[in-house]
Structure formats: C-alpha cells, structure tokens
Design a protein around this ligand. Structure first.
Ligand SMILES: NCc1[nH]cc(CCC(=O)O)c1CC(=O)O
Length: 311
C-alpha cells in the first residue's frame, strides 16, 4: 500500500525545493515506511526571467510543466506557494491540501533604512509585484519603484549591489530560506495588504488518486484552509487569473473570519478597499461578497482598464 513512492514534481529554486522538502518530511513523518521522491523540473517561468511577469503571461508559467508531469503519471503531487497557484486547474487535477500558514506579511529589506517611511525622497524601491508597487506608491508617491525579478537570492544580490535602496519580499520566503536576519521590518497589513494565499503552501494532485489524497489528508491545516479559500474566493470573483494589484488579509477570531481586501491602480493613484466579518463556515461566500462590494465601489472600472491593456 505505502510501498510505492510518492513523487513530488518541483521547480529547482531554493524556495520551491524548500517547500517540496517540507512536504516530503511531513509525509514521511506522518506515514512511517513511506518513501517520497523529488522530481526536479524546469518551467517556462524559470527560463524567461528578464521580462516583467505581468507581460509574459503571468504565474501559470511556473506550474504548467509540473501539472503535465502529474497528468502523464511522471509525478504524483506538486507543492505550490498558494499565492502562485492560478484560479483554474486542468481537468483531472486539483488542489487538495493546504498546510499551516507561515507569516503572510511582506517584509521590508534594506541595508540602510529601517522602514518605508524612513526612506528619503526619491529612494529606489525594488519590486515587480503590481500589488506592492501600487501600495508603495500610494503611501509614498515620491519614491521611485523599479522592477525586480528573479528568485529570492538574486533579488537580495541586486539590493546588495546598490541597484535599489530597499526591496520588498514575502516574509515567509525569507524565513524559510533562513534569511530572517535580512528582514528590517515586517510590513503590517495596514500599510501593505499581502497577496492572496501568501505564506501558505498547497498541494495539488490527480483528483482520482485516492491513495495519495488519503496520504495528504493529515497535512491539512483547517484554519489556514478557511483563510486561503476565503481570500481565493474574493480573488476569483475579481479576475480570471491575470496580474492585477489585489491585496488581501484574513484572520480568524473564534468562529469568525475577518477579511480585508483592496484593488488598486498600479500607479497607486486609486485604491478601492473594504472588509467583512462573518462565520467561518461561510468563508468563501464572504470572500465573494466582499469582491462584489469592491466591484461596485470602483474596482470594476480599474479592472476593466487593466484587462484592456493586457490584450
Ligand atoms: N512570487 C514569488 C514568491 N512566491 C512565494 C513567495 C514567498 C513565500 C510565500 O508567499 O509562500 C515568493 C517570493 C516573494 O514574493 O517574495
């Protein structure tokens, strides 16, 4: 039964490997005797590294090859950062398990300054995320925001070269790579709302693979699952998988879930935001409801303009 190994299709960036190793360790610890193998792969997203992601077709580029490997039976599962998982899955595949969330906040990283507010006028901030660009520009229109791509190590290298005065990265990624000491300041959601699903790891597999689904079940974290499904429901109602400045942050208090979200112009000139609280069992409906409220409050205009620019 448990003698056949479980094969994890994975990208080879340090963060992707960390996540795959994390799931391998969790599976082996939960199911003594089970062997788990990594199947390292290269995706289109790993090759096209110089073009801003929003221009080359978005996040799907990082998962297509992994999904094909599962469909072909060359691998059984793929481990994703939930913020990089597209809205839609190919027929036969699905996201079945969401593990316990690491810190969902963004981190301010700089060798010379303590925080966004402490940056001098005209300082150069690196990030390619439209969500981060929008919120940084809204806070500090005097800063210069410059694109920054590559994996976490590459981005830190560009900061250290002096190409930027500060950069913004996900806290979770830095912590997983043992780079806590690079975090100068955890950016609170009141300043910058994180990405949908940020800090959570999710596992995708073939939906008809009952054996693997049963093996994965104990790795799920109930609270993280409610939170991420709530955030994703909000996101799904707003878009069809393209790159737009959308931020969100959910928290659970007792049996209630509180969701904040925003949609903004990439240049930060306009931000539409809102929040909602309700029972945990209604997490997804609450997310969808908040999205509808945002659309009415002006997000529709922002999104229609962005979708037009994409074509
Ligand atoms: N977009 C790349 C990416 N995907 C997931 C993380 C960090 C870890 C996470 O959110 O789970 C990062 C790096 C970053 O944005 O700094």
């Amino acid at each position: 039964m448990t003698s056949t190994p479980v094969r994890i299709a994975t990208r080879q960036s340090p963060l992707a490997l960390w996540q795959a190793e994390f799931v391998k360790a969790a599976l082996e610890e939960t199911h003594p005797g089970l062997t788990v193998e990594l199947v390292p792969m290269v995706t289109k997203g790993d090759i096209i590294l110089d073009t801003p992601l929003a221009k080359v077709g978005g996040k799907g580029l990082f998962v297509k090859e992994l999904e094909q490997a599962m469909l072909d039976g060359r691998a059984d599962i793929a481990v994703h950062s939930m913020k990089d998982v597209p809205v839609e899955f190919p027929e036969g595949l699905g996201l079945v398990t969401i593990c316990e969330r690491e810190d969902p906040r963004d981190a301010f990283v700089s060798n010379n300054y303590e925080s966004i507010n402490a940056l001098p006028e005209g300082a150069v901030v690196g990030t390619s995320s439209l969500r981060r660009q929008c919120q940084v520009r809204a806070m500090r229109p005097d800063l210069v925001v410059k694109d920054l791509r590559g994996n976490v190590g590459t981005r830190l290298g560009k900061l250290d070269n002096g190409e930027y005065d500060a950069i913004i990265l996900a806290s979770a990624g830095l912590k997983r790579l043992n780079l806590h000491d690079r975090i100068r300041n955890e950016i609170e959601p009141e300043e910058i709302l994180p990405a949908v699903g940020q800090g959570a790891v999710g596992i995708e597999c073939r939906l008809d693979d009952e054996r693997v689904r049963a093996l994965l079940e104990p790795l799920a974290d109930a609270n993280t699952t409610y939170r991420v499904l709530c955030e994703r429901a909000m996101n799904n109602r707003l878009m069809g998988g393209c790159q737009v400045p959308i931020g969100s942050y959910s928290e659970i208090h007792g049996d209630q879930i509180h969701l904040r979200a925003l949609v903004g112009e990439p240049d930060g000139s306009k931000i539409v935001s809102g929040e909602v609280t309700g029972p945990l069992e209604k997490a997804e409906e609450l997310g969808t409801g908040l999205a509808e409220q945002l659309l009415e409050d002006g997000a529709r205009v922002i999104l229609e303009k962005l979708y037009q620019d994409e074509v």
